[in-house]
Design a protein around this ligand. Structure first.
Ligand code: GDP
Ligand code: IMO
Ligand code: MG
Length: 443
């Protein structure tokens, strides 16, 4: 059985919380794309874990795999593993030998390119983690893979080819000075040492084979998507996207199990009850048009703690966008959804959602394929009756019927529009503060 968790909006939907909840029934948790641009929060008994690279299942002693579709910064990985060890956990993390490695020059180039775009409206607002440049090298067939770290000679050969190219890019194209990120000998020493550590701890695997064997033995696999549908490189608001496929198709290509395996399982879209976005790009339902909207956005931002897990940047805030969710449900073929942050909207005197868009005098139910057209869409708002603030821990204990009626209406509307059932409702950050209707591993 597999369960795939996908962000249905712009990232930070609270995926980590659901991976943690349902990960209890998984034997293996697999990240299939992205890298340390992700920031997933797991809260257990008030203890908070912020994970960028280690799969969220690590907090539950599951085997965590970084699949071939990921880009891995070994510096981040080992420092995260060491931190978790210091907190008394023993994370069992394996890396696909086919996954690509984020090198120091990738990070440098990520920042240089953002800087170069700073005066145009092409700035993406990346996390600066080197994600895009690493995927570029993967597609350009000049990347360094985890498997290459295991053999110093191979690593040397790859770096001796690629580093001079990065150096001339930094110096000749951007007119800057290359630094230690282009010191081949130092890179070989540091990264071969990472390779030694991977070998010593038996951490590098053939991901597809590893997963297939465990599945044959009857184990459950959870695919942990990072980022979200609208920052997917194919289905998102290009160019304001990340460089991978967070949508469900990525779970197959990024792990080495077939689409039929992923498709036979459950695919759960994680929905935040409103919208947040870090970085640039259109957001038709953004709350920013007047003082009143800005005040509301500030209130939600504070109450929901909407500041980037990785970068600390304040997140942009908007009403829930239903055309966006219809798009996400189709792209990934959701079998169910989990709706988080219902508690954050409690006690407001108005609740709205973008039910449709108006574009060129016509009403549209889904998002246009070009970002320029999307940016021109005006939301057609639908009002909902607000729900009161209540003791959400009590609600979580009592179950679905304890959720205020108006909030239940909101959830019913969502399920109907997307034509999928609600599997869970998040009413607070803690593992205990989720109302579960269906465990996808029981489906
Ligand atoms: P992810 O990247 O999708 O895993 O989400 P993040 O961890 O970046 O951001 C979600 C934030 O919301 C974290 O601080 C979570 O602890 C918190 N969170 C998750 N679900 C809920 C919820 O239902 N209510 C509230 N108030 N916070 C939640
Ligand atoms: P999780 O997994 C929200 C955004 C960045 C930027 C764009 C490209 O925590 O939901 P990148 O560094 O990936 O090249 O940046 O994507 N972004 C995220 N936004 N949540 C994330 O991850 C994100 N990962 C990247 O802000 O707009
Ligand atoms: Mg996050």
């Amino acid at each position: 059985m597999t369960v795939t968790i996908v962000g249905s909006q712009l990232g930070d939907e609270g995926k980590g919380a659901l991976v943690d909840l349902w990960g209890g029934d998984a034997d293996i948790v697999v990240r299939y794309q992205g890298g340390d641009n992700a920031g997933h929060t797991v809260v257990e008994d008030g203890e908070e874990y912020k994970l960028s690279l280690v799969p969220s299942g690590a907090v539950r002693d599951k085997v965590g795999i970084l699949g071939n579709g990921c880009v891995i910064n070994p510096r981040t990985l080992f420092s995260e593993i060491d931190d978790l060890r210091e907190r008394g956990l023993e994370p069992d993390v394996r890396l696909a030998k086919r996954a690509h490695v984020i090198m120091p020059y990738h990070r440098r180039l990520d920042n240089i390119e953002e800087e170069a775009k700073a005066d145009s409206d092409l700035t993406v607002g990346t996390t600066g983690r080197g994600i895009g440049p690493t995927y570029e090298d993967k597609a350009g067939r000049r990347g360094i893979r985890v498997g290459d770290l295991l053999d110093r000679d191979v690593l040397r050969q790859r770096l001796e080819y690629v580093v001079p190219k990065k150096k001339s890019l930094i110096e000749d194209v951007y007119g800057l000075e290359a630094g230690e990120e282009c010191d081949i000998e130092a890179l070989i020493d540091e990264y071969a040492e990472f390779g030694r550590r991977l070998r010593e701890n038996d951490m590098a695997v053939n991901c597809g084979d590893f997963l297939a064997e465990r599945r044959e033995a009857g184990e459950n696999v959870m695919f942990e998507g990072a980022q979200g549908t609208l920052i997917d490189i194919d289905h998102g608001s290009y160019p304001y996207v990340t460089s991978s496929n967070p949508t469900a198709g990525g779970a197959a290509t990024g792990s080495g199990l077939g689409p039929t395996v992923v498709g036979q399982g459950e695919v759960v879209g994680i929905v935040k009850a409103y919208l947040s976005r870090v970085g640039e790009g259109p957001m038709p339902t953004e709350l920013k048009d007047d003082d009143r909207e800005e005040e509301l956005a500030d209130y939600i931002r504070e109450k929901g703690g909407e500041f980037g897990t990785v970068t600390g940047r304040p997140r942009r805030i908007g009403w829930l966008d239903i055309p966006m969710l219809r798009h996400a449900a189709r792209v990934s073929g959701f079998t169910g959804i989990a709706v988080n942050h219902l508690d954050v909207l409690a006690g407001l005197d108005e609740i709205k959602v973008g039910h449709a868009y108006e574009h060129d005098g016509e009403e549209r139910l889904t998002i246009p394929a070009t970002t320029e057209e999307w940016a021109k869409c005006e939301p057609v708002l639908k009002e909902f009756e607000p729900w009161p603030d209540v003791d959400w821990s009590e609600v979580a204990e009592e179950g679905y019927d304890a959720i205020p009626d108006a909030a239940q209406d909101y959830l019913d509307y969502l399920a109907e529009e997307l034509d999928v059932p609600v599997y869970a409702v998040g009413v607070g950050p803690d593992r205990e503060q989720t109302v579960q209707l269906t465990n996808p591993f029981d489906e």
